[in-house]
Design a protein around this ligand. Structure first.
Ligand SMILES: [Zn+2]
Length: 224
């Protein structure tokens, strides 16, 4: 008997996780509307699972999520992939330590990105970025290869980068950690904006940042 209405979803677990974290982006006020995007990389298959373009996170279903190869071909899904997929792809091609990416239009990181400022070591959580700051990548039009290259270069030795006049990009070994870093960088960006309104904030010195980087190697990582 032919089953009607059954949709086979490839990588259902990963697709559901992308939807779960897409909802969290909205619930935690880290992005607005359909802004921002999320992906997971299946490294042994060289496949990227990414949110579709223009679909509401709260209405997204596993079959809406798009699967692409690293040549940019859609191998599964009837939707268009996120217009920012090049910015995800470049990290999966060139960074072995990144298997998930979150791109958000969160208020305070975007505020700093619109000033073309970096986030300095204002709080002990800044080193979750992998260093003593979060740099701001040079402006390029959204969805372009130029933006992907600018983001990649400015995220060297880091797990987070601001995109000038646009938003925040975070990568990590898996999606729970990428989301966690997004929340923590956004918190630090908010604190930096608030302290700047009071005067000149005091920074954590580089020696202490090195100590924190060592501590964060084993601490503060979320389990999948
Ligand atoms: Zn964006």
């Amino acid at each position: 008997m032919k089953k009607l209405g059954v949709i086979i979803v490839m990588y259902e677990k990963e697709s559901e996780m992308i939807i779960e974290y897409g909802k969290k982006l909205i619930e935690r006020n880290l992005t607005k509307g359909t802004g921002g995007n999320i992906s997971i990389f299946i490294r042994n298959k060289k496949l990227m699972i990414i949110t579709p373009s223009g679909v509401d996170y709260l209405k997204m279903k596993p079959e809406d999520v798009v699967i692409m190869d690293l040549d940019g071909n859609v191998v599964y899904g009837s939707n268009k992939p996120s217009s920012e997929y090049l910015m995800h792809k470049i990290f999966y091609e060139k960074r072995l330590d990144i298997n998930a990416i979150v791109h958000a239009h969160s208020i305070y990181s975007t505020t700093l990105a619109c000033m073309n400022w970096e986030l300095p070591a204002i709080n002990y959580l800044v080193p979750v970025s992998g260093g003593n700051n979060v740099r701001c990548a040079k402006y390029a039009t959204f969805g372009t290869n130029e933006l992907a290259i600018n983001a990649f270069e400015s995220m060297k030795d880091r797990y987070a980068v601001f995109l000038a006049n646009h938003g925040l990009l975070v990568g990590a070994k898996d999606l729970p950690n990428a989301f966690n870093k997004t929340v923590e960088i956004e918190f630090c960006a908010e604190i930096y904006c608030r302290t700047k309104s009071l005067g000149e904030p005091k920074m954590i010195c580089d020696n202490e940042v090195d100590k924190l980087l060592n501590l964060f190697k084993g601490y503060g990582q979320v389990k999948e």
